[in-house]
Design a protein around this ligand. Sequence first.
Ligand code: CNA
Length: 280
Amino acid sequence: SISNGPPVTLPSKDLDGVAEYINSGRAKRIVVLTGAGISTAAGIPDFRSPGTGLYDNLSRLDLPYAEAVFDISYFREHPEPFYILARELYPGKFHPTVSHAFIALLAQKNLLDTLFTQNIDCLERRAGVPGDKVVEAHGSFATQRCIECKKEFDGDKMVEHVERGDVPRCEDKECKGLVKPDIVFFGEMLPKHFDRETYRLGMADLVLIIGTSLSVYPFAALPGMVQEGKPRVLFNLQRVGGIGAKSDDVLALGDCDAQVRKFADALGWRDELEKLWKSV
Ligand code: CNA
């Protein structure tokens, strides 16, 4: 259901209304939630988009089911498919999108409280979002370790393995366990600081949700932690996660880069945004 009632906080239930709310100085703490859809324009496929998403294109990996490639128990027995994929998805090959740059602009303007990302591509950081503002809820490719003895594995060696497409193993001769990037697989715990930081949703004046199907928990529970009367804005191809049901929810449906540009126009930030994006 979509709420047709009048907004409580926003002057109007659209991007112009959200822009006015920010420009009035009332949105001091903005929390941003991102998912794979913010990076598709960078050339990184998401999971679930029909036709282009990874789950529709994994047949060559001969998996029992698509999610297996990111499943820790499957990885223990068959690490190869993950490493075939890792070679394609490895950070460094891709350029941030204008939506990533928008988050960096919020940080520059001291309006970004926290960015929670499900992505493992590190493109928010590459766009200039300060590391201390980022919660990588599903980890990242920045570090890696043995899944048995947990010993860290050298980053340069990791790159060599990924480029050759072969599976790295723990260098401890007794152990020889499989090495995996510190990205969270299905069946694994989220990083400890994720739980520690979720209180920020309860303190947010505004939440921007960009490019996620809101289908992976516990991340998908974050929009539900926002206080009544605090606007939530969804930038996504389709409506997800029940956003739209609350009085101050705004749906900015369509390609997120196009909607973010529209938003920047409404804010009077468009030139700054394009300039920042070109500089990253
Ligand atoms: P998902 O389930 O694939 O959903 C992506 C959402 O984004 C869908 O609702 C799409 O319709 C939407 N979308 C796609 N393109 C656009 C666009 N241009 N503009 C607006 N919306 C768009 O991905 P989620 O992130 O929700 O799922 C969580 C998983 C996916 C996380 O664990 C990620 O680690 C994982 N993942 C990450 C990456 C990455 O790091 N770039 C890539 C693929 C998957």
